[in-house]
Each structure stands twice: as structure tokens, then as C-alpha cells.
Design a protein around this ligand. Structure first.
Ligand code: ME8
Length: 463
């Protein structure tokens, strides 16, 4: 089919966006823009996750009603994505009317199909509120959640259960055969290993939490926030003839929800599972987890102020192999920005534009495109940093050619213009590879190199 439907997670509105959220969202946008460039009808869905105990608590701390609080923070996400030139087709909020309706229809179908136990039963266990999930004793370190360093609460409640265990065999088969493509491969193997250890039925409702969507078959319960949240993809996808989704792009922390629980929910109502779930790695800051408690959270604005919008998009994706964790540092990002963008692309464009302007060059033909399987394979397998290496290699070749041919020494105008045109042709073709990563810069360069050429201020001033 000539469509590409990708999603980011919907982010919790208990907090404003940081570079982790930014990473996933930019990656999804780059991929969507790439498919769009290839002539597909590519759509990207993002949004905010607004129900659940964590949000209710955060709102209370700010002395606000959950919805008021969510309205405010959700705007912060939207504004950030707009600033970063994220080309989403819809910014979905789990408090949106159409979503609430679809969640209730979805759950009713699950219930009617017998995928949910008829009556609630007692659940006792440990619940980590910041995680919004149950935890087992052996996941704790000194009685605390190792990620949040907080004690989980004792939880005892009557909950409705989804018969997840019924889907063990089916999920194992779908994932091992890549019908649900879980990537990177190491993650696929991890998920399969965990499935083979056995799946337990899971609680899907809360009896004592008002801030959620009422269960359609028992309105004294609200939907567990994760069940509500996962359905967002289907809310948009099913209404727009886009189901199944081509890709759920997520961080490694939430792979299990997306590759196991969510596909099982879909199977339970007779719908198709997503085609691919890709889990990327995590940023650490000086080797530590990024967290509000440690106080080391990096906000996207800090990067934008230093590197600009396209510079930020670039450094985040170029710095580390996409599936792996990476340690953020300003030194590393500065170096990357200066080497690839200021001294690389930016400098090359400036040099060629200067010489072209001086020689009165005008470009009136279409320069075509690179035929580059290597680049395509890399970007389609979400190896963004690898794809950028390929694109940068083209730039280095042009740089080398210029150093060898020394156009500034050539007096013959025809000969000079011919050479400059050949550089511009290579630059333009290469810029099209960069375009999904650097949409605004690419547009500027492409318009600078068509018609009569003029110098322009540096694209990427050194930092
Ligand atoms: O989990 N490095 O929302 P969330 C890289 N609402 N990426 C990071 C990161 C880091 N240090 N920290 C977070 C939720 N992320 C749920 C999702 S979807 C139906 C519901 C990114 O606000 C990464 O993509 O906690 C991770 O999966 C996501 O933020 C979690 O965002």
C-alpha cells in the first residue's frame, strides 16, 4: 500500500518535554518525511497521555483540576513539536472525545469477546505510581523502584482482568515470524524470551481512581491508563483507514506494552497487530539516568538555542546508533555540530555559493537525485546515524574534488561555471538526502542553488 502510518508514544503530561521525548519524536518525523519524499502518503501521529494516578497527583500538587493541568502541559508538548518542525498529522490527547468513545467501544468488544474476565477480582501487589505499573518484589532494590528511587505502594483492589495468557502462542508465532516486526533484533529476542517464560493475565481497570475513562461494562471502574493510552493509535488509525499502523516508534522502556500487550488487545477484538515496533535506546547524562530528582534533565530549548532547530534535529540523531543507549554531553554535541554542520555542509555551501555569485552563475535545470541503496537501506531500517554517515560521505567527496580542482584559480569563465555547476549538482542531490533531517535548511539551500546564485549568511554558525 502506498501509505506509511507511524506513531510516537503519547507522552505523560505530568512533565514538560525533555530531550528523550524529543529524540523519539524527531526520529519519527524524519522517517515520515523520508517516506513522504518517496511519494508515499506518510502520516505521523503524536500526542499526550493524560489520565491516571500520576497525572492526578501532579495536578493536585499544582492545585489544579487534572483536565486544566493537562490542557496546559499538553500545549507545552505541542508548542515544542511545532517549534521543531514536527510534521504530525494529528496531536491526539487521551481526553479527546473521539478517543474516549473509541476506548469504550474497544473495551466493550474485548468484554463481549470474552477476553476480559466477567467479574472483577482482588488484585494485591506493589504499584509504582511514577511508572504507572505493577512491580514484582524482585524488581525492587532495597525495597525501592530502581528507576524512581521511591517505594511502590501496597495495592489491593478489585480489578477487571484481560486474559493476556490466552495469546502467548499466537504472539510468539507472530513475533518470531516478523509478522509483528520487533526491532532491533536483540530486543526481538528479549521479548520472545520473556513471552516463552509465560504470560500472566493483567489488570485493566482501577476501582478507586476517578481520573480515567469509565469501563463501558462497569462504570464504577476506570480504565487502567496504559490500556487507554495504547488505544490512541487505533483511535486515529481506524478512523482514517490507516490500520494496521506501519510503525510504533518507542523507547526501550515501553517495548513490552507495545509488542505484547497492545497486539494481544488488538487480536482480542479481531484487529490486525501493528506491522513493526522499534525500540530505541536511552540518553544518559554523564552516565546517569536523566531525572527530575537528580536535576539533570536537558530540555529541547537548550539545544535549539545553541544549534538551531535543524541543528538540534541533526545532532540528536547523528550522535548515537539508534537502537543503543548514548551518553549525552555538550562537548560531544558541540563537536558533532561544528564538524558536520558548521565546517561540513554549511561551509561547503558557503564556499560554492560565493564562487558562483562571483562568476555570475545561474542554475536553471533540475539536478536529479542520488541513486543510493545504501542510504535507503539504512534509513528504512532506522539506522539514522548510519544514513547520515552515507550522506556526509558525499559531501566529503565534493569537498575533495574542489580542493583538487581549485576553481578559484580558474580564469576561463565557461570552464569555471561548468565546474561550479557540477559541484552544485552534487550538493543539491546530497541535500535531498539530508532533507528529512534538515527540512528548513534543505529548502533554503535548494532555493539558493536555483536561479541566479547569491551568497547567504552562514547556515550553521560555529558554537
Ligand atoms: O511512557 N532517552 O510516556 P513518557 C530516550 N505515556 N528516550 C526517552 C528518555 C531517555 N532518557 N526518556 C523518555 C509513557 N524517553 C507513556 C506512553 S504510549 C501508548 C504511552 C522517551 O512521557 C521514549 O520514547 O514516560 C520513551 O518510550 C518515552 O519517552 C516515554 O515517555
Amino acid at each position: 500500500m502506498n501509505k506509511f502510518f507511524a506513531t510516537t508514544p503519547i507522552y505523560y503530561v505530568n512533565d514538560v518535554p525533555h530531550i528523550g521525548h524529543t529524540y523519539t519524536t524527531i526520529a519519527a518525523d524524519v522517517l515520515t518525511r523520508y517516506h513522504h519524499q518517496k511519494g508515499k502518503e506518510a502520516q505521523l501521529l503524536t500526542g499526550t497521555d493524560e489520565h491516571g494516578a500520576k497525572i492526578a497527583e501532579a495536578a493536585k500538587k499544582h492545585g489544579e483540576k487534572p483536565k486544566e493541568y493537562a490542557d496546559k502541559i499538553s500545549q507545552e508538548f505541542k508548542k515544542t513539536w511545532d517549534k521543531l518542525n514536527i510534521n504530525y498529522v494529528r496531536f491526539i490527547r487521551t481526553t479527546d472525545e473521539d478517543h474516549i468513545k473509541i476506548v469504550q467501544e474497544f473495551l466493550l468488544k474485548m468484554y463481549k469477546n470474552g477476553a476480559v474476565e466477567e467479574k472483577p477480582r482482588l488484585y494485591k501487589g506493589l504499584y509504582c505510581v511514577p511508572h504507572e505499573k505493577f512491580m514484582s518484589k524482585d524488581e525492587l532494590v532495597n525495597g525501592l523502584c530502581p528507576d524512581h528511587k521511591t517505594a511502590p505502594i501496597d495495592y489491593a483492589e478489585e480489578n477487571y482482568y484481560f486474559r493476556l495468557s490466552d495469546y502467548q502462542q499466537k504472539l510468539e508465532q507472530l513475533i518470531s515470524e516478523d509478522k509483528i516486526k520487533v526491532r532491533p533484533l536483540t530486543r526481538k529476542n528479549e521479548v520472545l524470551g520473556k513471552i516463552r517464560q509465560g504470560l500472566e493475565d493483567i489488570s485493566i481497570s482501577r476501582a478507586n481512581l476517578e481520573w480515567g475513562i469509565p469501563l463501558p461494562f462497569d462504570t464504577s471502574h476506570t480504565t487502567y491508563v496504559w490500556i487507554d493510552a495504547l488505544i490512541n493509535y487505533y483511535t486515529y488509525g481506524s478512523a482514517n483507514d490507516l490500520w494496521p499502523a506501519d510503525l510504533h516508534l518507542v523507547g526501550k522502556d515501553i517495548l513490552w506494552f507495545h509488542s505484547v500487550i497492545w497486539p494481544a488487545m488488538l487480536l482480542s477484538i479481531g484487529e490486525e497487530p501493528p506491522k513493526e515496533v522499534f525500540a530505541h535506546g536511552f540518553f544518559t547524562i554523564n552516565g546517569e539516568k536523566m531525572s527530575k530528582t537528580i536535576g539533570n534533565v536537558i530540555k529541547p530549548e537548550e539545544l535549539i538555542n545553541k544549534y538551531g532547530v535543524d541543528g538540534t534535529r541533526y545532532v540528536l540523531l547523528a550522535a548515537f546508533p539508534f537502537g543503543e543507549d548514548g551518553n549525552f554531553s555538550w562537548e560531544l554535541f558541540d563537536r558533532l555540530y561544528n564538524a558536520d554542520l558548521a565546517n561540513g555542509l554549511g561551509n561547503l555551501v558557503a564556499r560554492v555559493a560565493r564562487l558562483s555569485e562571483k562568476s555570475g552563475l545561474s542554475i536553471n535545470q533540475d539536478m536529479g537525485e542520488h541513486e543510493t541503496k545504501d542510504f535507503e537501506e539504512k534509513i528504512e531500517s532506522l539506522d539514522f546515524s548510519g544514513a547520515l554517515v552515507v550522506a556526509n560521505h558525499y559531501l566529503k567527496n565534493i569537498d575533495e574534488k574542489i580542493s583538487q580542482e581549485k576553481p578559484w584559480e580558474i580564469k576561463d569563465k565557461d570552464k569555471l561555471q561548468k565546474l561550479l555547476t557540477s559541484y552544485i549538482s552534487e550538493i543539491v542531490k546530497t541535500v535531498k538526502l539530508f532533507q528529512p533531517f534538515l527540512p528548513q535548511t534543505a529548502e533554503n539551500i535548494l532555493s539558493q542553488f536555483s536561479g541566479s546564485i547569491k551568497s547567504a549568511p552562514p547556515l550553521f554558525p560555529r558554537v
